[in-house]
Design a protein around this ligand. Sequence first.
Ligand code: LLP
Length: 421
Amino acid sequence: MDHFLYRNGSLHAEDVPVSEIAAAVGAPFYLYSTATLLRHFQLFDDALEPMPHLVCYAMKAASNQAILKTLGDAGAGMDVVSGGEYLRAKAAGVAGEKIVFSGVGKTRDEVRLALTGGIRQFNVESEPEMRVISEVAVSLGVDAPITIRVNPDVDAKTHAKIATGKSENKFGIPISRAREVYAEAAKLPGLKVIGIDVHIGSQLTELAPFEAAYLKVAELTEILRADGHDITRLDLGGGLGIPYTRSNEAPPLPTDYGALIQRTVGHLGCEIEIEPGRLIAGNAGILVSRVIYVKEGEDRRFLILDAAMNDLIRPAMYDAYHDIIPVQEPAAATEPATYDIVGPVCESGDTFAKGREMPPVGEGDLVAFRSAGAYGAVMSSEYNTRPLIPEVMVHGDQFAVIRPRPTFDEIINRDTLPAWL
Ligand code: LLP
């Protein structure tokens, strides 16, 4: 459930008409609902209630500081994957002790940054990385808390570009080698081994792959404990999917997921961490865009929008489906029209949907892409010298711009010409 609903004939974000925000900010823009963000965080927090736990929001999904502060103030920790994300989480007021550092190639500088500023744990991805963390910790005279990310060789049954738990993926160490890697970790100075980490992919729409992975983690916990390691924390990653289409998709709910966690690893007495990104931010954000032209092609009709692939790359990159609805509510009996919905960028890949049925819209009308809150704004670029679009947040009957649209001068003046020109 989200808080983007038609009321009095027009789409509202919580209590604010989307058209009113468009009039103030100009299209296109991203729009987030505070109540939806909080609701989704709360669902996870409640689902893990029977166990000691921390929900660490995977901020790669949507990293505006207003989003981080909303969730941080509600008690969320953060999962970061770069020095930049670490600093952003800190800037939004999240304590280092609530930040976990994931990511396949942490550099010495990033490790130093986190050890100096405070960190809950590093999720180690490889043996060379583990040695670097040890070295940097020793040089600073501190102990780095670590888990090791194991790759359980489980098929997450999701899009190939976002599956991470098979042995051919670059993530983690093979679970079959976990004992020897943990043995090395225990011997390295400056490391404090505290647990195990696993993350098998994103947009999972079934529980079975999670179950397979978590059962393997439970078994490994017992083995590592028998080897003498003090395993007190399990980071079970993120990945729970969301419904992108309104009708036929019903991914498992956070409560089902929480019950699964309890059933598979609850008996171990570990503190549980999870790293959801998409389920918290995805349906908490929409992308609002205006129809520039309706163009009649030979055998199709194109809806040309002012948003493009540089603003929302997911359809071009993952063939992702996003519901696109008019901001003005269509009359109940309206016959749908069929469109190819595209942006103005000079590539055929700049196509949001082909042969999409939706209520008819015309030039100047506003449309909203649903479920665009996660991996939307964060993956946008200035391709075609198109300014990054603003981000706006609503809270009840208030709204605020949380990232303004840059001016063309700001963009152009970032370039510097070399002395010889
Ligand atoms: N933890 C780790 C280690 C991850 O790599 C990810 C996502 C998450 C947590 C959060 O997963 P989530 O709960 O959001 O599924 N850009 C793609 C998704 C990439 C996901 C990358 N890792 C998309 O637009 O679908």
